[in-house]
Structure formats: C-alpha cells, structure tokens
Design a protein around this ligand. Structure first.
Ligand SMILES: Cc1ncc(COP(=O)(O)O)c(C=O)c1O
Length: 412
C-alpha cells in the first residue's frame, strides 16, 4: 500500500518531471539535431521550424513567393508579353518549375552550366544569353542543342557564327540562334542597324542555324529611379533595337522574338518593342530593387514582395545598441542589406563569419540567441553562397529546394 509520504513524493517527482519535459520542449536543443540532415533528405519536416535551422541560411516565404510569381504571370497575360524568367537570381530547378507552371514560356540563363541544368531537368525553351567563345562553351552549346532542340543561344559576332557553324557541322546539329544587339550596355551586343541585320542574315543563311530574333538587355534601365526616368531610359536604350527589328522585317527576315527587360521594367518594355521579358529578381526581391520606386510610388517598389531572407542568429551582445550575428563575408553580408520588420537597424560587417546589427533609437533591443531575418542586396551574388532554400509557411518548414546552379569550378 502506498503511504501518504510515498504518494506525495511520487506526486512531486511527477510534477518535476512534467515541468522538466515542458522545459525541454521549449529549450533550444529540444530538436533531435543528429537527425536533421536525414530528415531533410527524406522530406520529413515535422517540428522543423525556423528556430531549429542552422544559420545563416536562406528562407523563402512561400506565400509571398507564390504571390510574386502570380503577379508577373497575371501581368503577362493582361498585356500580351511573354515571360522567360532569368534563373541566375535563384539557380533552382524547383523555382523554375513553379515559374513554368504559371505560364513562363521557357527560361533565360547566364551560363551554359545553368542551361544544361535546367534543360536536363526537362524544362524546354531555355535561352542562354552569353555567346560561346571558348571551345568548351561552343562544344557544350552545340551538344545541348542536339540533345534539346528547343534550346537557343545568342551570338554577337560573325566570327562566333563561323566557329559555331563548324562545330554544328561536325555533329550534324541544328541550332536556334538569337542575335544579341546593343541595348545601352557595353558588355555585349552588336551595333544596331546594318551590322545587326548583316549578322542576322549570316545566321539565317547558314546551313545549320535558324535565326529566331534578337536579344537586347537594357540592364542600365533596370534600377533607374524613379519610374518615369526608368521608362525613358529603357525606351532610349531600346530605340536602336526597334529600328533593327523594323529593318530586319523589311529585309524579309521574320523576327520571332525580341527578348530583354528586367524586374524593374516589367511594366514598361511591352511598349518598347520587347516580345518577352527576361525578368528574374521579382520572385524573391532584394534591397537594390526595393529602392527603385514603382509606377505609383517613387519611394518604394512594392509590386513584388520580399520573399527571401537570410536567417541569422544573435551570437554575442556585449555593447550597447549593437549585437554580433553569424552573417559575415562568406554569407555575403552587405551594409546595404535590410533587417526584415526592423527598418531602424543597420547591418554591418565584422569579418568572414561575423556580422553586426546597430541601432541608435532608445528602447530598441535584440536578445542573445534571437533570430533576425535580413533581406540581401543582390540576389545573383547571395544565392551563389548558399546550397538550399528552406521553404516556409509561417514558421514551419514545408519544403527544401536545393540551389543547384551555383557557379563552381566544374560549372564554368
Ligand atoms: C541578360 C539578362 N536579362 C535580364 C536580367 C534581369 O534580371 P532582373 O529582373 O533580376 O533584374 C538580367 C539581370 O542581370 C540579365 O543579365
């Protein structure tokens, strides 16, 4: 028989156990970390919430991401322009497939490695916007064209047309080619007018190539602010392209596509003669883009929402009005990054693995161990430094998308 004393002791022990279990459930280390990678691999996301993620890491807000993709798709449908989104900003097959599901006609890639990745994942109509000039790139562009006849790439020089034609002849491959024309940026693009037409004719007259049209990226317009100046800059940059297209059609050559544009000019470039938009950043957004202002608001560009953040942890707190976070140079910390929901905080750098947050307003504070989400400055660069996106609804991880198209030695 249980004595009153034993009963009370057992009761106390049980309540101590209950309390310690409750504490354990709320302590930082309650997640079974040795299982973390195995759970990710088998997509078992139970109890994987933002607070258990290793930091710094990239987090996608799925609701906002979906909203952004739908907004661009809706714009394309309403205005009759196609979207061939640029993948360099996300480098992810999972993101690309969601863009295609929402009506994108294909993808735009910056490197042959990105094009191989996306085409290899079964996505059609990939456009590579840098001409191949090395044997490596020519061979790979021709091989990809053979494997995937919907693949298209650009040239801006008659010499490259000869090199590519020779490689295509050796493997009996048909190629889809767009001529890259100057659109305000010196990095590529043959001069508009007669030189562009001559190159288009050379492509069209070649044995193995089909001339598809023109690629004209007016990158200088993308971040011009405010919107009215952006519209003017884009129109000016594309004026020569419009003339080239007219000249080409007059010469009897069909121009199927005029590809270009950006997140900044998505609601501008239909009027400037583009048939398709290569916009990329709109899916996630970065602080460079928040600052450019929109059509109706010069101060903030909010057509698309910040769907990607870098989750960081406050690792040290020894000085007033500043803390140290685990987000440094290796994770692409920039002083122009912004803290989500806390616009009064300034991001700063403290070395390879250390960053910092500072503020001047009294009454603001961050706690040791607190998680802070940061918007990066340039998606292109930042997404190259991480190997996966943790995809969230609220605090819960619902998916993980690998970042596969990163520029590494084997991919160049
Ligand atoms: C060739 C090309 N097209 C389009 C874009 C537009 O991308 P975003 O919408 O991210 O500015 C870029 C960005 O660098 C680009 O290099």
């Amino acid at each position: 028989m249980t004595s009153r004393r034993q009963f009370l002791t057992a009761g106390v022990a049980a309540s101590v156990l209950r309390a310690s279990r409750a504490r354990a459930a709320t302590t930082r280390n309650s997640f079974p970390y040795p299982e973390f990678e195995a759970r990710i691999a088998r997509r078992d996301f139970r109890n994987i919430t933002k607070d258990v993620l290793p930091t710094p890491c990239m987090v996608v807000d799925l609701d906002l991401f979906e909203k952004n993709v739908k907004h661009m798709a809706g714009h394309a449908k309403a205005t009759g322009i196609n979207v061939r989104p640029h993948v360099k900003i996300h480098k992810s097959v999972d993101v690309a497939k969601r863009q295609i599901a929402q009506g994108a006609i294909g993808l735009t890639c910056a490197t042959i490695a990105e094009a191989e990745l996306m085409s290899g994942a079964g996505i059609k109509h990939v456009l590579w916007t840098k001409q191949p000039a090395s044997t490596n790139n020519i061979t790979r562009a021709v091989a990809l064209s053979k494997k995937d006849p919907t693949f298209m790439f650009v040239v801006d020089d008659p010499q490259v047309v000869d090199w590519v034609e020779e490689a295509a002849a050796a493997s009996n491959t048909r190629l889809r080619i767009a001529v890259s024309v100057f659109a305000g940026m010196n990095r590529q693009g043959i001069a508009n007018g007669q030189p562009a037409l001559d190159l288009a004719r050379k492509v069209a007259a070649s044995k193995r190539m089909d001339f598809e049209g023109y690629m004209a990226y007016s990158g200088g317009a993308a971040h011009t602010k405010p919107w009215a100046a952006r519209r003017k800059k884009s129109s000016d940059d594309l004026a020569g392209v419009r003339e080239t297209v007219e000249l080409t059609r007059k010469a009897g050559l069909p121009v199927n596509i005029v590809s270009g544009g950006s997140t900044g000019t998505y609601n501008i470039d239909k009027d400037n003669g583009l048939t398709e938009l290569e916009a990329g950043s709109y899916v996630f957004m970065d602080t460079n883009y928040f600052a450019i202002g929109g059509k109706d608001d010069d101060a903030i560009y909010n057509d698309f929402q910040g769907a990607l953040t870098i989750l960081t942890t406050v690792d040290s707190k020894q000085h007033p009005n500043e803390v140290t976070i685990d987000y440094g140079n290796k994770a692409l910390n920039r002083p122009t990054d912004k803290v989500k929901g806390m616009p009064w905080i300034q991001v700063f750098n403290q070395g390879a693995e250390y960053g910092g947050l500072k503020w001047t307003e009294a009454g603001r504070d961050l706690k040791l161990g607190e998680r802070v989400e940061i918007y990066c400055t340039t998606l292109d660069m930042s997404t190259n430094a991480y190997d996966r996106y943790y995809v969230t609804r609220g605090d819960q991880i619902v998916d993980v998308w690998p970042i596969m198209g990163r520029g590494g030695a084997a991919q160049r």
